[in-house]
Design a protein around this ligand. Structure first.
Ligand code: PLP
Length: 324
């Protein structure tokens, strides 16, 4: 049973277990740039199936059963050519019998992105590529029409960050609260995550409020393709709360912009720019056996290193990870 179903008996929302819970927590030691700050790690990199793991799988646990419930056969989603979300959606979608159509937009290419694109091409998903987000937006109605059979495809926004997908990180916040109660880690003052489409931070913000923790979420915004400021993220959290209420939950709080922090200081020039600070974190984390990448996890860890004691501690950093 999920924490959400335990918390709200009778909650009318399906859930499909795809990863082993709880994901492990431990002190994050051995990275010189973090010296002087108490930092804990919650390792999402093993959530899911082997190389298919990572934070997007949390969202699919709620999205796939909801797609079944809606009678949908095709999932249509979008992202950059290195999209972790698109790859997770393609693999798990195919495994559960859905056709997956991906609209992919060019982004700066490094080895990781090149490898991700090759995996996307091998995933069985139908792929359409565009040079800019604007061109993809123009093509979207045509794509939806083209892949409509008996029913419209379900359009899932970038990163799977609709209210249904965001439930994955409401659930994760309740999981963290449970780990605090069980003494596996101290109550975090701040949880730090990358913000690529917003579902991770929005779900955590709502989940910590539901759990009654004092923990605040801090997001390093790594995507400039669409607005991801605190009002936008708080709105997603509140829409997710409204979904819970609609499906039978009671007493769900509203999330306001000042309930969370989102800063783009670690973005670099654009989405996917592998900044020197992010690359340095990928190298430092690699030395202690953590496999990061410079687009998301490297930037969020660079934020922890830069802000250090300015963050209310203890700090919990989520290794959100993407499928490989
Ligand atoms: C590895 C990784 N971490 C974090 C994120 C950000 O999560 P969200 O899209 O929910 O903001 C993503 C995707 O965008 C990701 O692939």
């Amino acid at each position: 049973m999920t924490h959400l179903h335990a918390r709200f008996p009778g909650l009318d929302l399906g859930h499909l277990r795809l990863g082993a819970v709880p994901t492990p927590v431990r002190p994050l030691e051995g990275i010189p740039a973090l010296a002087g700050t108490e930092v804990w790690l919650k390792d999402e990199s093993r959530f899911g199936d082997g190389g298919w793991a990572g934070n997007k799988v949390r969202k699919l646990e709620w999205i796939l059963p909801e797609a079944e419930r809606r009678g949908v056969r095709t999932l249509f989603t979008v992202g950059g050519i290195g999209t972790h979300w698109g790859l997770a959606c393609a693999r798990y979608g195919a495994e559960h019998g859905f056709q997956v159509v991906l609209g992919l937009v060019d982004q700066p290419v490094d080895d990781h992105v090149r490898e991700q694109l090759a995996r996307l091409e091998a995933s069985g998903a139908v792929i359409h590529r565009y040079p800019t987000p604007g061109r993809l937006r123009l093509a979207a109605p045509w794509l939806i029409a083209r892949y409509t059979r008996a029913r419209l495809p379900w359009y899932l926004p970038a990163g799977g960050s609709n209210p249904v997908g965001t439930l994955g990180y409401v659930e994760t916040a309740l999981e963290i609260a449970d780990q605090v109660v069980r003494g596996e880690l101290p109550e975090p003052g701040t949880v730090v995550v990358p913000v690529g489409s917003g579902g991770t931070i929005a779900g955590l913000a709502l989940g910590f409020r539901l759990a009654g923790l004092r923990t605040r979420v801090f997001g390093a915004v790594v995507n400039d393709s669409f607005p991801l400021d605190a009002p936008v993220l708080a709105r997603l959290a509140t829409r997710t709360g409204a979904l819970l209420t609609e499906r039978g939950a009671t007493g769900v709080p509203e999330i306001r912009p000042d309930d969370l922090t989102a800063r783009d200081d670690w973005l670099g020039t654009t989405y996917g720019d592998p900044t020197p600070a992010s690359r340095a974190m990928v190298t430092a984390a690699g030395a202690i056996g953590l496999e990061l990448e410079p687009v998301y996890t490297g930037k969020a860890l660079a934020a922890v290193a830069d802000l250090g004691p300015e963050l209310d501690g203890p700090v919990l950093w989520l290794n959100t990870h993407g499928p490989r």
